[in-house]
Design a protein around this ligand. Structure first.
Ligand code: NAI
Length: 326
């Protein structure tokens, strides 16, 4: 049988960690013929939550699950990791200054990046979920100089899946008939869900929907969907975030075929995004690597939206530089 893949999940005592690990152990991420080992990484105050989840993993008796280990030490938690899902972070809370937010996350993602660089397997692939996800991924990447920068990514797949679902609902079409949507830029309110090259039910999306909606209310709805979920559900997006993280890793490892999706990956200057930023792009995956889809036409409206979100990423990068975090 195949060698198990080692997957480290940080924030394993929290909500998204909880919603992620059972699906991974059931084979939803890497397939029904791939055994997995889970490493659950927490901080001391989160360890009981992770321990409880580990008890439940035992109680599921998953045939693919070859082992579960817990730690509050990144050097142990990332040892031999093939996949690192960085979910635990210090997200912004009301009244928090940007400098404080970035400093708190620098203290998490700097050491985690270093531990990944020193301890993880040579083929390690990193997905950052914890916000501010793009800049946290940049901080981690900068602390692992011996790994290819392309191995560090951030999650915009939730935004992408939201954009797919909301377009399909607007047209009354199946999500299977949707392709070519792009989320550009930062996983934040400035993100740009772009229908310019999308198709739905075998026609160009911009012909299938009202153009003003596509470039107005739709963008707002996707970008503010997290707040909508909190208001309606009385809690944040947990299952859909876990689902998106699993989609991201599955597509990265197993490939997308001809379909396109969105992921925040390191820029080599594509579409005018400054080199080194971890920004969301249209992507496909094959051979275990994300590839940015190049050559899409960017009209004036899209250019303005992309530039605005990328400017925010530049400002975050400059702020973490100034704080000495990278
Ligand atoms: P949560 O608060 O339920 O869980 C977070 C867990 O992370 C806690 O158990 C905490 O102890 C742990 N943690 C904190 N620092 C850690 C460290 N240094 N090492 C290991 N574990 C650590 O939060 P939830 O709901 O699970 O969300 C996690 C993150 O995901 C948040 O930052 C949230 O903003 C972000 N998020 C990102 C999305 C995206 O699309 N990129 C979507 C939804 C949430």
């Amino acid at each position: 049988s195949r060698t198990p893949v080692t997957i480290t999940i940080t924030g394993a005592g929290g909500q998204i960690g909880y919603a992620t690990m059972f699906r991974i152990a059931s084979g939803a991420m890497l397939g029904q013929d791939q055994p997995v080992r889970l490493r659950l990484l927490e901080i001391p105050q989160g360890m009981r939550g992770a321990e409880g989840a580990a008890l439940e993993l035992t109680d599921c008796a998953f045939p693919l699950l070859e082992g579960v280990e817990l730690s509050d030490d990144p050097a142990v938690g990332f040892e031999g990791a093939n996949i690192a899902m960085l979910i635990g972070s210090r997200p912004r809370t009301a009244g928090m200054e940007r400098g404080d937010l970035l400093a708190a996350n620098g203290a998490i993602f700097g050491p985690q990046g270093r531990a990944i660089g020193e301890r993880a397997a040579d083929d390690v692939r990193v997905i950052v979920v914890g916000n501010p996800a793009n800049t946290n991924a940049l901080i981690a990447q900068q602390h692992a100089p011996d790994l290819p920068a392309e191995r560090f990514t951030a999650l915009t797949r939730l935004d992408h899946n939201r954009a797919v679902g909301l377009l399909a609902a607007e047209v009354g079409a199946s999500v299977k008939g949707v392709d070519g949507i792009t989320i550009w830029g930062n996983h934040s309110a400035t993100q740009y869900p772009d229908l310019s090259h999308a198709v739905v039910a075998a026609q160009p999306a911009l012909d299938a929907v009202d153009r003003e909606w596509a470039r107005g209310a739709y963008i707002d709805r996707v970008a503010k969907r997290g707040a909508e979920i909190i208001e309606v559900r009385g809690g944040s997006s947990v299952a859909s975030a876990a689902n998106a993280a699993i989609d991201h890793v599955r597509d990265w490892v197993l490939g997308t075929g001809d379909r396109r999706t969105s992921a925040a990956v390191v820029s080599r200057g594509e579409y005018g995004v400054p080199e080194g930023l971890i920004s969301s792009f249209p992507v496909r995956s094959s051979g275990g690597d994300w590839k940015i889809v190049e050559g899409l036409e960017v009209d004036e409206f899209s250019r303005g939206r992309i530039d605005a979100s990328v400017a925010e990423l530049v400002a975050e990068r400059d702020a973490v530089r100034e704080l000495g975090l990278i």
